[in-house]
Design a protein around this ligand. Structure first.
Ligand SMILES: Cc1cc2nc3c(=O)[nH]c(=O)nc-3n(C[C@H](O)[C@H](O)[C@H](O)COP(=O)(O)OP(=O)(O)OC[C@H]3O[C@@H](n4cnc5c(N)ncnc54)[C@H](O)[C@@H]3O)c2cc1C
Length: 541
């Protein structure tokens, strides 16, 4: 079946919801989200949203901190635009009903995080993302122009081309007019035709074995956009968060940067501080420096973790400032008011993604990308803490303004009808081990060989190992009826390959990308973007 809408939004995190609430003033919005609507990285964000709100803070300082963190390759025009639009976007969140913590004078209580020269983070203690997600969802769920479809996973984009072929393998791809979407409860695949398609599908953490990301973070948007021929950039810049809880039973639990912001110190198993050895900023150095320092400490000592110690702060303060972290650690038998927390680095944030312009437009007409799935130029080689929620809300506004401007023309546009999805002679997959085995293989491979410290030799080895796995997945795709697991497996395999290709293309170490064969930064020519684009395939006849 083909459904029609004005705006098709893929993903219900902060990017998708922020844009949806605005676009609903222009036309009908259909939002597809692959699990429950709350399942997103947004819902897990702890620290908060960075923004110049204090009278002693300045745009110039926030811009400078972002540029320093970005290791020389941020797009300065983008940084300025995002920083300067930040306060209005945060005020808008407040108007929608997001409750950020306030001090006794009714001013926002601003937190401090690594890489920021001052207190600049609006927060709802350590549940900021949950507060934002729930508030935006409440507003969107009750809106007459917004239809949210849970358990609907987008598979591939619908493309209009001169040769009028549709689907991921089309040629002469000029514009996007929707997506094929699998209803995971019925197993049916429908096309959703739209005047504008907006990818808000989040990050790629699940490409790695250890990650702070939720299960949805399989890079689907980037994979779909790549297959459709869009330009993809900077995938080598994977941010590893330095402090993920290390406990055999804990899955993906982050210990927020704000813990170090409030005085938490990293120590080894003998209680010795070590960050000063690596960076003059000590425990408040940027994430790339801290993650690499922990990686070196662990490799040198052979230990499974280092520790984060905030026991010198009063217990009441810790419980009030970090209620969620405190309770979660306690549930694993760790009382952070009395003992250090064992921590390890884990894949956390993808700085690269679908290359967009200042309005959030990808290189394919009528296809936008917002939030973590996009590469706007804001983060450069290393995202500054709490700049991603900010980027999502600012770009939702930029994209909306562009759509509003284009609306007189867009309103007249009728998306072409597209061929129904054909499953050919595919059958139901009986042995799920075929999927889980490849899934585990890829994630382990990426963790072992494409982690915090890389080498050309290991990257080539990954390419050789990935090639037959990708071949198997292509075969599964032909033989079996699609399931969400198969869709995600295909996407993480592609993402793994694209990350490796990006890493091989950058012949220097910069920001989050550290490769032992090229340990230094290249001064000239400055390579701001490592871009990848699928070559056009010949048209089918
Ligand atoms: C533990 C943690 C803590 C963080 N803390 C902070 C912080 O304090 N401050 C900060 O600025 N950033 C933080 N980040 C990063 C930030 O949360 C994310 O970058 C941001 O929330 C991304 O928002 P998004 O809307 O782009 O994607 P998400 O919020 O991840 O939403 C993606 C959506 O897309 C859907 N989706 C994905 N693929 C498909 C598909 N194929 N079909 C249909 N739907 C699909 C998902 O189901 C989900 O609804 C944190 C991240 C994590 C994981």
């Amino acid at each position: 079946m083909q459904f029609e809408t004005d705006f098709l939004i893929i993903g219900s995190g902060i990017a998708g919801l922020s844009f949806a609430l605005k676009a609903a003033t222009l036309g009908r919005v259909t939002m597809v989200t692959k699990k429950n609507k709350v399942d997103s990285s947004t819902n897990r964000a702890q620290g908060g949203i960075a923004c110049v709100l204090d009278k002693n803070d300045t745009f110039a300082d926030h811009i400078r901190d972002t540029l320093i963190s970005g290791a020389g390759i941020c797009d300065e025009e983008v940084v300025r635009m995002v920083v300067e639009n930040g306060p209005e976007c945060v005020r808008e969140l407040l108007r929608i009903g997001v409750h950020f913590e306030q001090d006794n004078n009714g001013q926002l209580d601003l937190g401090r995080e690594g890489g920021h020269s001052t207190r600049r983070i609006a927060h709802a203690y350590d549940l900021t993302g949950h507060e934002i997600e729930c508030t935006l969802l409440t507003a969107a769920s009750g809106h007459p122009n917004i239809n949210i479809l849970e358990n609907h996973i987008a598979i591939d984009l619908l493309l209009a081309s001169k040769s009028d072929t549709a689907g991921s393998e089309a040629s002469h791809r000029d514009s996007c007019h929707g997506a094929y979407v699998l209803d995971s409860q019925t197993g049916e695949i429908h096309s959703y035709a739209a005047k504008v398609t907006i990818l808000c599908s989040g990050g790629t953490g699940k490409v790695y074995l250890y990650t702070t990301n939720p299960d949805i973070a399989t890079g689907d948007g980037i994979a779909m956009a790549y297959r459709a021929g869009a330009r993809i950039a900077n995938l080598e810049f994977v941010q590893f968060h330095p402090t993920c809880l290390y406990h055999p039973k804990a899955k993906n639990f982050l210990i927020s940067e704000a813990v170090r912001g409030e005085g938490g110190r990293l120590i080894d198993e003998n209680g010795r501080l070590f960050m000063q050895k690596y960076d003059p900023r000590g425990d408040l150095a940027t994430r790339d420096m801290v993650a690499r320092a922990i990686d070196t400490e662990m490799k040198t000592s052979g230990n499974d973790s280092v520790f984060l110690d905030i026991t010198h702060q009063p217990a009441d303060f810790i419980k009030k400032r970090f209620p969620h972290i405190y309770k979660t650690c306690l549930s694993y038998g760790i009382d952070m008011t009395r003992e250090p927390i064992p921590v390890v680095p884990a894949a956390h944030y993808m700085c690269g993604g679908i290359l967009t312009d200042m309005a959030g437009r990808s290189s394919i007409e009528s296809l936008y990308a917002l939030g973590e799935t996009a590469c706007t130029g804001l983060h450069g080689g290393n995202r500054l803490a709490s700049n991603s929620l900010l980027e999502a809300v600012v770009y939702a506004e930029q994209a909306f303004q562009q759509c509003k401007k284009d609306w007189p023309e867009l309103a007249r546009k009728n998306p072409p009808s597209s061929p129904s999805w054909s499953s050919g002679r595919a059958e139901r997959i009986e042995e799920c081990i075929l999927i889980t085995h490849n899934w585990d293989q890829i994630r382990r491979l990426m963790w072992d060989y494409v982690g915090i410290v890389r080498s050309t030799q290991r990257l080539h080895l990954v390419q050789e190992t990935l090639a037959p796995i990708q071949q198997q997945i292509r075969q599964h795709y032909r033989d079996y009826l699609l399931t969400p697991d198969l869709v995600e497996l295909r996407n993480i395999a592609l993402l793994a390959d694209l990350i490796v290709r990006s890493a091989l293309a950058r012949h220097e170490s910069r920001g989050l990308h550290y490769i032992i064969d090229y340990p230094n930064q290249v001064a000239e020519p400055l390579q701001k973007f490592t871009t990848l684009q699928k070559p056009p395939t010949p048209a089918h006849h």
